[in-house]
Ligand binder design. Structure first.
Ligand code: ING
Length: 311
């Protein structure tokens, strides 16, 4: 499968959705030119990463959320996708008809039909105002926890799962999709390079980001394609290192800069089969009777009582 990731450089407060869509169109065309049948765009791709700013929910929803998808600003993307016969993943802030706010991503097939929708489940950051911090990370304030689970869809000749940003750091995300037979997981992210909670060395942001993709790709026998929105947005820097990772856990393509940049590979979906049929043959090797804590507990607790040693 021709698979591409379209990394977006900075989107500033002053950038219109229309201007961003023009950049996405450019990269969609380049992805198609490089053989892609599916191109992955970032999380919250249409606007700046607004959870970095303190404002009330109403203002955020008025300025940064989409109340319909597609809508006039993004329609050109759907039109071009239909013309080029290329599918795409797009992350955006969704305000539902019922007025519920979500950090959402859609999976659009090569006929420009929305075939899947995912709402971010792992919301990082905080909901209180931290005036001392260099910037906020208010996803817990602006978004509801996703209410659609981790979905997997048969489309474009593959079984594809979606997640968003912080989800990629949690093993449960991929395992839940792999247990539905996912062959490919696509995701977008916006990852600040500075940690507001402790003085974390900057390089660790990229290290842990790649580790999360590589480890989980390997442990679930899936391809992972991750698209950053990155660079300095109005002075607030976010990491790049968009990447396509094989089921071997190896990085097969990654971006070199922090601007708009397309990476593309011919992903052999059979590669994952080797791992899912052998070392990670879930049906043969998993022992859920011993995994109870994983869904039984939220936070870490006391060690479980152990059977007597003489047993
Ligand atoms: N951003 C970051 C991410 O998970 C973060 C937040 C960074 C959490 C580093 C923990 C460590 O990549 C989003 N939008 O989730």
């Amino acid at each position: 499968m021709g698979l591409a990731v379209a990394q977006l450089g900075p989107v500033h407060l002053s950038d219109s959705r229309q201007a961003v869509v023009q950049r996405l169109l450019e990269m969609m065309r380049e992805a198609k030119g490089r053989g892609a049948e599916l191109v992955v765009f970032p999380e919250l791709a249409l606007t700046t990463f607004f959870p970095r700013y303190w404002m009330d929910e109403q203002e955020a929803q008025q300025k940064f959320f989409e109340t319909a998808m597609p809508n006039p600003a993004v329609q050109p993307l759907f039109d071009e996708a239909r013309k080029l016969e290329i599918g795409f993943y797009l992350g955006y802030a969704e305000l539902t008809k019922a007025g519920k706010p979500f950090n959402t991503a859609i999976l659009v097939d090569r006929g420009a039909n929305i075939v899947g929708k995912y709402r971010k489940i792992h919301l990082p950051g905080h909901s209180d105002h931290k005036p001392q911090a260099p910037f906020q990370h208010l996803e817990k304030k602006f978004f509801n926890v996703g209410d659609r689970g981790f979905g997997v869809w048969d489309t474009m000749g593959a079984r594809i799962g979606m997640c968003i940003c912080n989800d990629r750091r949690w093993a449960e995300t991929y395992r839940t999709m792999a247990l539905q037979g996912a062959e490919l997981v696509v995701l977008g992210y916006n990852t600040p390079s500075q940690n507001i909670h402790w003085n974390e060395p900057v390089h660790l942001r990229t290290t842990t980001h790649l580790l999360a993709l590589q480890g989980n790709a390997y442990m679930n026998g899936v391809w992972v394609a991750a698209a950053a929105k990155c660079g300095s947005e109005d002075g607030f820097h976010m990491i790049g290192s968009s990447a396509i990772v094989a089921p071997t856990g190896e990085i097969v393509a990654r971006t070199l800069g922090e601007e708009d940049e397309v990476i593309a590979v011919q992903a052999d979906l059979r590669l994952g089969e080797l791992f899912r049929q052998n070392v990670f043959n879930f049906a043969k090797h998993r022992r859920p009777e011993h995994y109870g804590l994983i869904t039984g507990r939220v936070g870490a607790g006391e060690p479980l009582p152990q059977p007597p040693l003489e047993d």
